[in-house]
Ligand binder design. Structure first.
Ligand SMILES: Cc1ncc(C[n+]2csc(CCOP(=O)(O)OP(=O)(O)O)c2C)c(N)n1
Ligand SMILES: [Mg+2]
Length: 576
């Protein structure tokens, strides 16, 4: 008997030293410091989510994958580590795909991990449960896409996904994990050895010294220079270097939406309130982590005035240069390295041309003065300016709060009116102007930073991710959602003159979004004046309790498509 027991021992020990796909994916993520997953459970990843949670990964369970994906994307922007989104196969994968494509367009590092069905059946198109060739579909919509078929390859698969997401220009990566992989067993020792801790996942890319010199020579020669700070500059987390460079140059700067706060909007060199003037009149423009896409009218046309322009561009992606207009001084490298190289090579630098500074300052002060009384109105129902005047003061008093913002008028006016004071505090619709980022961004911002979040949402914009208020309540997050409720898309006054159906842009009049929050145990407030709005937001920010404020706006407030109505195609035929 005794001998038999001894003989069995090594076998039992060998059994304990096994690992499997579930555990290897978890171990690979943890080894690389990826400690949060945003997702929605279901076949084949339900147990994976449970096991990840049990292993100490924070698993935030959403109501819809697109919101989980947006959360992962913005987590990537905020942390410079890829945000992880986890979905089920076909429909869950497709729901997450919009966020993956959005992350790629915006250069946010994220990894979409989706479970998938049996390869043998999918490839023969024999009708498996949630059958879809997910890898092929994901490929054109992200920076890289990988599939892992063997447990022994999980380590390298996760490593490739991480490196692809964060190195060079960051973006979205798809990682396909077929159901069978999770249960695959291998020796624990070999499994451990197969894991890869990614060394230096986003290596510094230094600019060439002659490129730096060329850029500084062009900037120095300018009579009316301008620096534009994009969200790439914010992503770089090179805040001190960027601030020193801008201040040493003395050049007026214009922050793009998510570049706001790199230097405070109240900084003496900030030209945010003189945007049209500086774009039209500048002669040399230095772009730092900003692209000449539609948001900057492609660097040409009426917006840029009649003065000839010289563009200097700092970007990590060489292909970005000359994408829309000629770049006379391209500086390719990561923003931190490039800006530091500029600082080191500046030497003594002349003061910015006084007449140009005077033009910019006068225009800015004139616009700010013109706006001031409008922001102080206490009208009921509220207009955008009255409501935003209040929120502007709240962010001034709480500069480390994170502002999430989407809508049309709600977006464009908030961007102009609410000053930001710190980097990476303003998160919004980004390059696509996409609706639906709101609650995903708010949730990830609260989770990743622990700071209070104020989400300023158009009533239409909110609807795209509104069900996640339950998630906010479930995880007890310090998120205050303010809905600018003007009864519709752009405004609530459209009428359909030919049938009893409502017009296409209007919603149920007098909706009470605050009741949604109450349904899940959060705090709901109906605010009809700026004073009521101010009180409710301050209470929410102080308490950190999930709150939703239905801010009742005049349905006639707002214009078609906010500030970008000019992009609407027009019919040449007579309107019916
Ligand atoms: C995914 C997506 N679908 C549709 C649109 C078109 N769109 C732009 S703004 C907007 C909503 C604007 O209304 P609201 O959020 O209420 O803001 P308001 O102008 O009324 O303040 C829509 C539907 C979009 N940008 N993204
Ligand atoms: Mg609206």
């Amino acid at each position: 008997m005794a001998d038999a027991a001894v003989a069995k021992k090594p076998e039992a020990a060998a059994e304990q030293e096994l690992t499997d796909g579930f555990n290897l994916v978890i171990d690979a993520l943890k080894l690389n410091g990826l400690n949060t997953i945003y997702g929605v459970p279901g076949i084949p990843i339900t147990d994976f989510g449970r096991m990840a949670q049990a292993a100490g990964i924070r698993v935030i369970s959403f109501r819809h994958e697109q919101n989980a994906g947006n959360a992962a994307a913005i987590a990537g922007f905020l942390t410079k580590k890829p945000g992880v989104c986890l979905t089920v196969s076909a429909p869950g994968f497709l729901n997450g795909l919009t966020a993956l494509a959005h992350a790629t367009t915006n250069c946010f590092p994220m990894i979409l991990i989706s479970g998938s069905s049996e390869r043998e059946i999918v490839d023969l198109q024999q009708g498996d449960y949630e059958e879809m060739d997910q890898l092929a579909i994901a490929k054109p919509l992200c920076k890289a896409a990988f599939r892992v078929l063997h447990a022994a390859d999980i380590g390298i698969g996760v490593a490739r996904a991480i490196r692809a997401a964060v190195s060079g220009r960051p973006g979205g990566v798809y990682l396909d994990l077929p159901a069978k992989l999770f249960g695959q067993v291998m020796s624990a020792e070999a499994g451990k050895k197969s894991l890869v801790k990614v060394i230096d996942p986003a290596p510094a890319q230094l600019p060439a010294p002659d490129a730096v010199k060329r850029a500084l020579d062009v900037l120095k020669s300018a009579k009316r220079p301008l620096i534009i700070l994009g969200k790439g500059a914010a992503y770089a987390q090179a805040d001190d270097a960027i601030r020193s460079f801008v201040e040493k140059s003395g050049v007026p700067f214009l922050p793009m939406s998510m570049g706001k706060g790199l230097l405070p909007d109240t900084h003496p060199q900030c030209a945010g309130a003189a945007r049209s003037t500086v774009l039209a009149q500048s002669d040399v423009v230095m772009l730092i982590g900003a692209r000449l896409n539609w948001l900057l009218s492609h660097g040409k046309g009426k917006t840029w005035g009649t003065e000839p322009k010289k563009f200097i561009q700092i970007d990590i992606e060489p292909k970005e240069m000359d994408s829309n207009v000629e770049i006379v001084a391209p500086v390719v490298g990561d923003i931190g390295s490039c800006v530091n190289a500029m600082l080191a090579a500046m030497g003594s630098w002349p003061a910015a041309p006084a007449d140009w500074m005077k033009t910019v300052t006068m225009k800015r002060d004139e616009n700010v003065t013109k706006m001031a009384p409008r922001l102080m109105n206490n009208n009921s129902p509220m207009d955008y300016h009255g409501a935003l005047g209040v929120l502007r003061t709240i962010i001034k008093e709480r500069p480390d709060a994170i502002l999430v913002n989407e809508g049309a008028n709600t977006l464009d006016l908030a961007r102009g009116i609410i000053d930001m004071y710190q980097p990476r505090k303003r998160l919004d619709v980004g390059t696509w102007g996409v609706m639906g980022i709101g609650m995903g961004y708010a949730i990830a911002a609260a989770i990743e930073t622990g700071k209070p979040v104020l989400a300023v949402e158009g009533d239409s914009a909110f609807g795209f991710s509104g069900m996640e208020v339950e998630t906010i309540c479930r995880y007890k997050l310090p998120v205050c959602v303010v809905i600018f409720n003007n009864d519709g898309i752009y405004r609530g006054t459209d009428v359909n003159s030919v049938s009893s159906d409502p017009a296409t842009t209007v919603f149920v009049k007098g909706s009470r979004y605050d009741k949604m929050m109450e349904a899940f145990g959060g705090i709901g407030v109906n605010a009809t004046t700026p004073d009521e709005l101010k009180r409710a937001v301050n209470e929410a920010m102080d308490s950190g309790k999930p709150t939703l404020i239905n801010a009742v706006l005049d349905p006639a407030a707002g214009s078609e498509s906010g500030r970008i109505g000019n992009l609407n195609p027009q019919s040449v035929l007579k309107k019916k």
